[in-house]
Design a protein around this ligand. Structure first.
Ligand SMILES: C[S@@+](CC[C@H](N)C(=O)[O-])C[C@H]1O[C@@H](n2cnc3c(N)ncnc32)[C@H](O)[C@@H]1O
Length: 286
């Protein structure tokens, strides 16, 4: 049983929450366009994590045949549970992208979101190319470095960072070892004889309560942000075997930070603080 990602990197629930923030009802057209989704296609997501992307595709394109694979058992268990809840017929399997259990030339679209940076490129691409139909689309997405100064709201941020910096992180957890510039990935695809290689760079803003016209939605954004930080903290506390005093200090700081942000919203003091990520999308044809 492989649970490396869900136990050592990010819990499935946290991963899922962050994906739902990014890819949602409101911006779904943007994502579907990037993923080149259309009716009646056979689509595979490699490294699908909690299955949010594949479930979104199947929800809005029910005529598509949709598959998701991932190495982590907990992620796939979660993905299966969610798709069942939503009454979606998506085929999920625990599989390594290096050994895909599909026929040659089977898929119209094969895509990944934040997988390419975690393994050597040849291991990443070989099987994806094999299972793509001639003329089929490969979509490789990853997130670029996000600058910390996205956050004009810095109340207690230094104190919180100080607690995190003082923790004992377990050794041997290393991900993202194969991050490289997009031009290099594009040249590699060219070497692998892909055609029509293209590049997109997009900034996705998923938190900006002060521009949200509906106050209830703005409050929800702040609450969700707090819940994400809180869950992240619990995950780290567990991984780092943190003592009760430090745990209470960290959770207390997060709660005060959240209360202050809500207070400012209610007092109509605008900060225009936002959170975003920079999305790199490389597409190509077999
Ligand atoms: C950063 S997560 C992204 C998950 C999902 N694509 C998303 O964006 O929500 C990276 C994922 O890649 C998976 N993964 C890592 N190496 C893999 C491999 N060799 N084969 C299949 N999946 C792999 C991990 O289990 C993890 O779910």
């Amino acid at each position: 049983m492989n649970t490396f990602w869900s136990k050592s990197v990010q819990s499935t629930e946290l991963l899922d929450t962050s994906r739902k923030e990014k890819f949602n009802e409101d911006n779904r057209k943007f994502w579907f366009d990037l993923l080149q989704v259309d009716d009646n296609l056979k689509i595979l997501e490699v490294g699908c994590g909690s299955g949010h992307f594949t479930n979104m595709i199947k929800t809005y394109y029910p005529s598509c045949e949709v598959y998701g694979i991932d190495l982590d058992d907990n992620h796939i268990k979660f993905a299966k549970r969610e798709s069942k809840k939503l009454n979606l017929d998506v085929q999920y399997q625990v599989v390594d992208v290096k050994h895909l259990p599909f026929e040659d030339d089977a898929f119209d679209v094969v895509f990944s979101h934040t997988l390419v940076e975690h393994l050597p490129f040849d291991d990443f691409i070989k099987e994806q190319k094999r299972v793509l139909k001639p003329g089929g689309k490969l979509i490789v997405m990853r997130v670029d470095m996000v600058k910390k100064n996205d956050k004009p709201f810095s109340f207690l941020e230094d104190e919180i960072n100080e607690v995190y910096a003082g923790l004992n992180y377990p050794k041997g957890v290393s991900v993202g070892q194969y991050v490289e510039d997009p031009d290099l990935t594009m040249r590699r695809l060219d070497e692998h004889k892909f055609k029509n290689i293209k590049f997109n760079y997009d900034r996705i803003i998923f938190y900006m309560p002060d521009v949200e016209p509906n106050k209830e939605v703005a409050i929800k954004q702040i609450e969700r942000n707090y819940q994400t930080k809180f869950s992240n903290a619990l995950f780290t506390i567990d991984r780092c075997k943190v003592d009760d005093e430090t745990k209470n200090k960290l959770l207390g700081l997060l709660k005060r930070q959240y209360e202050e942000r809500l207070r400012l919203l209610n007092a109509n003091k605008k900060l225009f603080d936002f959170q975003s990520s920079l999305l790199i999308t490389i597409s190509a044809e077999k």
